[in-house]
Design a protein around this ligand. Sequence first.
Ligand SMILES: NC(=O)c1ccc[n+]([C@@H]2O[C@H](COP(=O)([O-])OP(=O)(O)OC[C@H]3O[C@@H](n4cnc5c(N)ncnc54)[C@H](O)[C@@H]3O)[C@@H](O)[C@H]2O)c1
Ligand SMILES: [Zn+2]
Ligand SMILES: [Zn+2]
Length: 372
Amino acid sequence: MINDIKHEVTAAVARGSADPFTFEKVSLQSPREDEVLIRIVASGICHTDLVCLRQELPVPLPIVLGHEGAGIVVEIGSAVQDLSPGDHVVLSFNSCGDCPSCASELPAYCYNFMQNNFSGCRGDGSGTMQQDGEAVNANFFGQSSFATMAIANVRNTVKVRKDLPLEILAPLGCGIQTGAGTVFNSLPVAEGSSVAIFGGGAVGLSALMAAKIIGAAPVVVVEPNMSRRALAVELGADHVIDPFCVDNVVEEIQKLIGGVDFSLEMTGIPHVVRQCVDILNPLGTCALVGAAPIGAEVSLNIMELLIPGRKIVGIVEGSAEPKIFIPQLIEYYAEGRFPFDRLIDFFPFEELNEAVKAQESGKCIKPVVRMA
Ligand SMILES: NC(=O)c1ccc[n+]([C@@H]2O[C@H](COP(=O)([O-])OP(=O)(O)OC[C@H]3O[C@@H](n4cnc5c(N)ncnc54)[C@H](O)[C@@H]3O)[C@@H](O)[C@H]2O)c1
Ligand SMILES: [Zn+2]
Ligand SMILES: [Zn+2]
């Protein structure tokens, strides 16, 4: 039983892995001393929401998902110092603040990442939401942004400038940050680095935009969806490949540009990992970013990894410290160098289920639902 319930909220509740979201009235607690209550203006839909909805990455049901929220601060906890009611904020992933990774300003690799983002409650196990006296799992990525209001921790609430629409900034909290951060923060991509991006969704195309800012070249994008390949070319890809129309993706890339210094796995499909490793130059690095189903494995040729000194590295949220990185990305956007708004299609909040279908069918790259 949760005490101190104050705020009546409309939330999109996920009740079953094959069910659509249902719009329900729920109650939200007031923020604790290190928390903030936010009126959500818009939320992006990330593929990870769908991975959790389908229980490929199991989360407790019923749950309120959504982790690319943006909105306006309504109320702050007693210990919150750098935020005030009325501030515009983008919400990102949560972290514990106490572990060695958090102490090293690498909160994406928080030792308690799963508990703080996927458990359906706070890091200490307490809940934030209920309905008719029953607990509803929430606090997904420290926010649960598929709702008209959310509670977030100060650690995952990023104050942003007010002269840009929150509905455009919303997806910076996860997908866009992850793709761009993989290139800017996680890997030593430099001017002239060769890069192969597998998957031209929101994450892959954000990585492409970041690679172009750095001056990486050549950059090849492997993506079966024709309109996404066309957008990749507009965003500066030197080559695009339809993996379903060639016999061997690795050989196709080799014919075009040879091997690559960096390969980015941004599909979550296990067999693509092998392609990402096989295309690497000596000392090249394969970044695993796509969320594969829990338990998925892949086979690799050990000596082909060892002799050329190839590396494989797992990457969370582009290794970002969101309070630093999201404002940086917003500056690139404002300068016209990081046009991530080209990935977005807007839907009313009530059409969340339609927006999910549009993302799953490939019709829409980054759906954003608008609450207001
Ligand atoms: N590691 C992290 O911190 C993190 C953060 C956000 C998202 N993710 C994950 O990253 C992945 C990408 O997210 P997204 O929002 O861009 O999803 P998305 O579904 O929009 O993008 C995946 C793309 O891969 C393409 N694809 C399918 N088969 C392919 C193949 N054989 N070769 C190449 N491309 C293929 C799809 O057409 C699609 O465009 C997802 O698995 C998501 O869960 C991870
Ligand atoms: Zn931590
Ligand atoms: Zn995400």
